[in-house]
Design a protein around this ligand. Structure first.
Ligand SMILES: NC(=O)c1ccc[n+]([C@@H]2O[C@H](COP(=O)([O-])OP(=O)(O)OC[C@H]3O[C@@H](n4cnc5c(N)ncnc54)[C@H](OP(=O)(O)O)[C@@H]3O)[C@@H](O)[C@H]2O)c1
Length: 325
């Protein structure tokens, strides 16, 4: 063999050859996964911005957004109105819903209907929602509503209402809303369902245990549904945001103050809405995409769980100090 010729097994020692091969395979895996992620990220966050997708023609006339009186849901409502979609906004507090409706009425000419529903009440709330959507061509459902513990706490500190709210709001509502709305979309062979999970659905989070488990439920449900209906003409999208500055992150100033990795709800939604039709699984916001890539690539899950526990213990102390306990 001449000098410079490529040799797959260059060493006489078998162990060194195996180590070299494993090293090579790891590099190939890293480069191909990173290139693929980059391509998906560019399509979702750059290419999508250069297109002006017609949401009404692509998905249908009406959008239903749950938990739309505040935070990400409210911001989604504003963005969808800009896209010309009529809105059915479903949330808990009527005064806040009326304020959102007034703002959207001023900004655009779309029809906005509001509906006061407390999803924590469980199964019976859906009959009334079914009545309200009858006769409407629902093109888009955003399963956004969710609750979280007021601050990190151990499982035995969680009260009954908090426990069942996580089940009824975070877990049951996306199931019930999807079962109500998806069949008509399938008949029309068009429509989209956006399920808002969380970056916390990727890692078990000590002291926010039921929240992260409920978000893992949403993520698994959504990704499985997407595979089931991938040939149906209906798009199912899973969004896994990191921290967004909303009421949900108010328990710690460290994650509530908007900055590079913590967008405001409107900034987040302006990006996330544009990714619809360009990716079926995304954090929704480009800096969150960078965070997710770093976490997934370099930090093993067991280290994450330990880090998140330490962080949450700190934040619990912060909360106690703020409350003077
Ligand atoms: N913020 C983040 O950092 C973050 C990160 C990852 C994922 N997410 C996900 O993003 C979604 C939106 O979160 P957000 O941060 O925008 O939360 P948020 O600011 O707390 O807003 C939650 C919305 O849901 C409504 N809501 C709460 N409980 C309800 C109930 N029982 N029945 C009906 N409506 C109810 C609230 O209504 P009222 O307050 O008006 O009563 C509000 O409109 C959630 O799925 C969350 O898990 C958030």
């Amino acid at each position: 063999m001449e000098t410079g010729d490529f040799q797959l097994f260059p060493y006489p020692n078998a162990l060194l050859n195996i180590i070299t091969l494993v090293g090579l395979l790891s590099v190939v895996k890293f480069v191909s996964v990173t290139t693929w992620n980059l391509a998906v990220g560019l399509r979702a966050h750059v290419w999508s911005k250069m297109r002006n997708k017609n949401f009404v023609a692509t998905y249908g006339k009406w959008a239903v957004v749950t938990g739309s009186s505040d935070g990400i849901g409210e911001a989604y409502a504003h963005e969808l109105a800009k896209k010309g979609m009529n809105l059915l906004l479903i949330s808990r507090t009527m005064e806040k819903l009326q304020k959102v409706k007034e703002e959207i009425d001023k900004e655009s000419g779309v029809e906005v209907e509001i509906m006061q529903v407390d999803f924590s009440h469980g199964k019976h709330v859906y009959e009334e929602i079914e009545e309200r959507i009858r006769g409407k061509e629902i093109g888009l459902l955003v399963n956004n509503v969710a609750v979280i513990l007021p601050y990190p706490m151990d499982f035995c500190e969680v009260n009954d209402h908090q426990l069942w709210s996580h089940v009824n709001v975070n877990v049951a509502s996306p199931l019930a809303m999807t079962r109500m709305i998806l069949p008509a979309m399938l008949e029309r062979c068009k429509g989209a369902i956006v399920n808002i999970a969380s970056i916390y659905s990727r890692y078990p989070v000590p002291m926010m245990q039921i929240y992260s488990a409920s978000k893992a439920f949403v993520e698994f449900f959504s990704v499985a549904l997407e595979a089931e209906y991938d040939q149906s003409g209906v798009t199912i999208q899973t969004i896994t945001p990191a921290y967004v500055s909303t009421n949900m992150t108010k328990y710690s100033e460290k994650i509530h103050k908007p900055r590079f990795f913590v967008p405001t709800a409107s900034n987040f939604a302006a990006h996330a809405v544009d990714t619809l039709g360009y990716t079926r699984y995304t954090t929704g916001y480009w800096t969150h995409g960078i965070q997710a890539w770093i976490f997934d690539t370099f930090i093993p899950r067991w280290i994450w769980v330990k880090l998140l526990k330490m962080k949450n213990q700190d934040w619990k102390k912060d909360m106690k100090k703020t409350k003077g306990e």
